[in-house]
Design a protein around this ligand. Structure first.
Ligand SMILES: [Zn+2]
Length: 126
């Protein structure tokens, strides 16, 4: 979910929480893919027919592809959430994550926010 839409719908803290949960969901998928690779390699070592070996090899490749995709998503979502969270403190008073959305660029990459504590405005880049 884009930052501006997430702040608008749920607020920053919920958006951040959801990004971290989604990120760690991909990490769990990566763990399952790793187990799938190990299981299919184990099955391939004891396969007797060519069809079984091909099936095990395809399963290994499928798990490896899904695992690489989930690793990439995990790292992207985690680093994106952390990069935004590092900009969530008010530069004037230091209050963390207590701001309201004022404006968002059309592509959603730049969000202008205002502190609820001191009314200072600053940009958050995502
Ligand atoms: Zn402030």
């Amino acid at each position: 979910m884009r930052l501006a839409d997430g702040i608008r719908q749920h607020g920053f803290r919920k958006w951040y929480e959801r990004e971290l949960l989604q990120s760690h969901g991909h990490m769990v998928l990566l763990l399952f893919c790793t187990l799938g690779i190990l299981g299919s390699l184990e099955a391939a070592s004891s396969a007797r027919t060519l069809a079984d070996k091909v099936t095990d090899l395809l399963t290994t490749l499928l798990c490896a592809g899904a695992g690489l995709w989930s690793l990439r998503r995990y790292l992207y979502l985690l680093s994106h959430a952390e990069a935004v969270a590092n900009q969530a403190s008010c530069p004037a008073c230091g209050t963390y994550a207590r701001f309201k959305l004022l404006q968002a660029s059309t592509d959603g990459r730049l969000v202008n926010v205002g502190c609820r504590q001191c009314e200072h405005h600053w940009d958050i880049e995502s």
